[in-house]
Every structure is written in structure tokens, then in C-alpha cells.
Design a protein around this ligand. Structure first.
Ligand code: DUR
Length: 309
């Protein structure tokens, strides 16, 4: 069943089970995961998701579907490709696919969008009593001082002030949360990358911003209130602080996963070098190939973990 007693639930904490940090959740008679179109009364979550060990999240619904199909092929699962169906088909906010122990979910763009998805995903994993779950964000980013197409494994997610923190406004307070990620997981992924030929990969800090344009020092938005010199100076200071890429989700992702007992990593490909340009103007097929790189790395990693290689 979907319900468990409080003493049962207490035994789940600290033993690799995904946990929530909300004293009110257990007293609710039903939990509707509205943006996923799932719920504890309408779905048997332990049966549907209890065996999940790897969760991969990324911004675009199409890319996360492609990743699910790719994993399906790589894991040589018995069911046919048509069985890879969008579990969240009742909503177009996010999409979700399951192939064996791998869950693939889209999160949209930016901190608020990924944060809503993560609240509901973490509750889903908790209701399903999943344990020892590894979660990886596979995304796109702007590189800082590195060749486009490089894959960056994040060792530290920092905010626009280069600080390893996520500031969550709660009621009318600002609560600062740590953005520490799993070091061993990052190293395991980096070692995995070394085995793939022609696969430029590095470990570096990732800066997470609230905006794609002015917030990332771009001169090509509808608004630009700083000079070219000031913008470039900011990006160079970011480089000197160890930042190698910029995206819009890593700090809240790191903070929420850490608090709920999920081992987390961020693996993003860079689409351009921000010390050289602002616009993403590489040919479509080049960008498509770049976006497959984090997927390839994660499929290698999962197969290795499952002893399939
Ligand atoms: N992204 C950036 N900056 C870039 C390239 C990609 O933030 O220069 C990430 C974050 C966001 C989406 O989800 O991709 C925006 O294109």
C-alpha cells in the first residue's frame, strides 16, 4: 500500500532512503503531485517507482525523451520502444519516462521551474520508498574560457556572487542553503569520461543565474544596462574564481537534493564560449551532437554501475 506508519517511516531515514523534511506531509491523507499529474490515491507509487535507482533531469522534454529511448536501447530492456511512454502525459508542464531503474524527467528553464519539479519528484521517490538514488542533471550551459562542446562536471555550484549557496526566500525571510554536491560521484563520472574517445571533459565550478541575458552578462537581450567592458570583466572574474560554465538550475538542484538524501551531480555541455560571444549560432546538427554528450557519459556511468560492461 501507499501508507506506512510513523515508526516504519523513521526507519527509512538515514538508510539511503529518499526523505522529505516536512512534518506536515505524513499527516496528509492524500498527496496530489499536481504538476506531474500523479498522486498517492490515484497511483500505486511504490509499485510504479519503487525500483528507481537513477534519476536524470534536464530542461527540454524532447531531450529527456531522447535520453529515455537511448537508455532503453543501451540497457537492452525486453519491452519494445513503444512502451517508453510519457508518465506525465496528463500535464504538459513536465515529461517523465521510466526505463528499468532509470527515470528521465524534464524540468524546464530556471530555478523556479526546476524547484517545483524537484519538490514533487522528491515526494514521489519518498512515497515510492526508493533507496540509494543517484540523481544527475544533464544540461546545456554557456562555457567560460573553454572550447564549445566541452562537458563540465560541477564540483561546486555557485550563485551570481560566486558563492556556493542558494538563497531561498521563505515567507519574508531569506534562508541560505548549502549547494555542496557529491564529490565521489563527480570523480566517478570524470573517470568514466576518460574512457570515451574525443570527449573533452573537465571538473569546474558552475555558476547559476536567474536570467539568461543580463544576468549572464550578455549584451544581446532586450535590455542591457552595462558596458561591453563591464560584462567581459565580470565573466573574466568568474573564470578566475574557477567558474567554467553558466546555467540556471544547479544551485537549487544541489541544495534540495542534498537536504533530501539524494546523491547529486551536474553534468552540462557548453554550447559556446562566453569570453568570445553571446549568441548561440553553431549549426543545428553541431548543437544536437553537443547535447548528446552528457547523455552518452551518463549511459556509460549507469551501465558501469549496473555491471553491464
Ligand atoms: N543555458 C544557460 N546559458 C547558456 C546556455 C544554456 O543558462 O549560455 C542553460 C540554462 C537554461 C537554458 O536552462 O540552458 C537556456 O538556454
Amino acid at each position: 500500500s501507499n501508507t506506512s506508519t510513523r515508526s516504519e517511516r523513521n526507519t527509512y531515514v538515514g538508510k539511503g532512503f529518499v526523505h522529505v523534511k516536512n512534518p506536515y506531509l505524513d499527516s496528509m491523507d492524500e498527496d496530489v503531485l499536481y504538476h506531474l499529474d500523479l498522486g498517492t490515491k490515484t497511483h500505486n507509487l511504490p509499485e510504479m517507482f519503487g525500483d528507481v535507482k537513477f534519476v536524470c533531469v534536464g530542461g527540454s522534454p524532447n531531450r529527456m525523451k531522447a535520453f529515455a529511448l537511448f537508455m532503453h536501447k543501451e540497457l537492452r530492456l525486453e519491452d519494445s520502444e513503444e512502451d517508453v511512454k510519457d508518465i506525465c502525459a496528463g500535464t504538459d508542464r513536465y515529461c517523465m519516462y521510466k526505463t528499468g531503474p532509470v527515470l528521465s524527467i524534464s524540468h524546464g528553464m530556471g530555478i523556479p521551474s526546476i524547484s517545483i519539479m524537484l519538490h514533487e519528484l522528491i515526494k514521489l521517490l519518498y512515497h515510492a520508498r526508493c533507496c540509494d538514488v543517484t540523481i544527475i542533471r544533464i544540461g546545456t550551459s554557456g562555457g567560460v574560457g573553454i572550447a564549445p562542446g566541452s562537458v563540465v562536471i560541477t564540483d561546486r555550484a555557485v550563485d551570481s556572487f560566486f558563492k556556493p549557496r542558494f538563497e531561498q526566500v521563505i515567507l519574508d525571510n531569506v534562508v541560505t542553503r548549502s549547494t555542496e554536491l557529491d564529490k565521489e560521484l563527480a570523480e566517478e563520472l570524470f573517470n568514466c569520461s576518460k574512457e570515451i574517445p574525443d570527449f573533452p571533459t573537465l571538473i569546474g565550478h558552475t555558476m547559476c543565474t536567474y536570467d539568461f541575458y543580463e544576468g549572464q552578462g550578455r549584451l544581446d537581450g532586450a535590455l542591457c544596462s552595462f558596458s561591453r567592458e563591464k560584462g567581459l570583466d565580470y565573466l573574466k572574474r568568474a573564470y578566475n574564481a574557477g567558474i567554467r560554465n553558466i546555467e540556471m538550475e544547479s544551485t537549487v538542484f544541489a541544495a534540495m537534493c542534498r537536504l533530501c538524501g539524494l546523491k547529486a551531480a551536474v553534468v552540462c555541455v557548453t554550447l559556446l564560449n562566453r569570453l568570445e560571444c553571446d549568441q548561440i549560432n553553431s549549426p543545428h546538427d553541431v548543437l544536437v551532437e553537443y547535447q548528446k554528450r552528457p547523455q552518452l557519459l551518463i549511459s556509460r556511468f549507469i551501465k558501469q554501475r549496473l555491471g553491464l560492461r
